[in-house]
Ligand binder design. Sequence first.
Ligand SMILES: [Zn+2]
Length: 403
Amino acid sequence: MAESERVVVSSRAERKALEKEKILQRESQRNAFKEVSKILKKQESERTEEDLDTLRQHQDTVKELCNRQNRRTVLKRKQEELFDNAEDLKAKVKQLAEAIRQAQHLVVYTGAGISTAASIPDYRGPNGVWTQLQKGRSVSASDLSEAEPTVTHMCIRMLHKENLIQHVVSQNCDGLHLRSGLPRHSLSELHGNMFIEVCTSCSPARECIRLFDVTERTALHRHGTGRSCGDCGSELRDTIVHFGERGILEQPLNWKGAAEAAKQADVILCLGSSLKVLKKYACLWAMNRPANKRPKLYIVNLQWTPKDDLAALKVHGKCDDVMHLLMKELDIPIPVYHRAEDPIFTLATPLKPDEEASHTRKQLLPAALVDSLQHLEPSPLGAGVQGGWFGKGYNKGKKKLAR
Ligand SMILES: [Zn+2]
């Protein structure tokens, strides 16, 4: 055998031996993990001398397993919904009311938690859309266009009218802020609005507000709604930022308005948001300023949020409950939503005659029509309907990631 061949053979044998050793090592590691974890599950008083010996021999494994357990406990705690007792809640709301009175420029950030009272499921709560989909369960959302602005939406609109709130930044696509009567220039819908479709070929982009959910055919990276621009004829697109996308539209998302508001804010009030997505938008938090120059943060949410440690106050309560107490404390009446005053009916662009059949979603009806139809049609609230704009987007994103 030539010298060079011998070298090749010996190096191959070495490699094989090395691989075998690695496999054996991994297996013994796995066994140690199994053994140690079995012992750790026992009560301390039940552990034998042999058990204790094993633990001493595998101290690194013990440490790793304890760390894992701790991480699991922390994660579980973060998902729990907590409620302040009545007395604490009242005291906290008093503090919040004072902050609102003192604020020069108050900006409100809202999430799905403010719409749950309108039968729209939230995302990350124990029964939220995101939580359910994570567990592999299907989501049957109730008909979103049946939803109406909640007490919280109406209070926000009123506080804006009273000049106590300057701007609202929302993650919600349900359009309920707009329908509560909040002026559009004071609103940033960061993830879009299910009632709005736009023509991005027109400059500036041309918007159409509709009386139905325009997202029936849209999904991740597929935004065409099937209808066309009345001006230039290009296909209209939805405004929704689906799961896995970043917002690219200037309008109606109004990113500029949100960034500008955050820059001027001295107080930020977060309502019903886990803040897991909002925290990623750096421009909303003035993190480039020293800590004492940043806006004061007030958070109302049942679950943990990543901003809790930075908050001046964290209130664990349902948004509508907190708002009831807050308005009483501020001595401001809570307006009632009336469909007859819903601005969406005056803002909406009617469909062209040949587009009447371009969607199958339920249409919002003006108050007068609802009254006359009420005895004919049972209310479909609570009826199971397809996943809608969020569920669809989520699944698409998952498929893509799995590939
Ligand atoms: Zn156009």
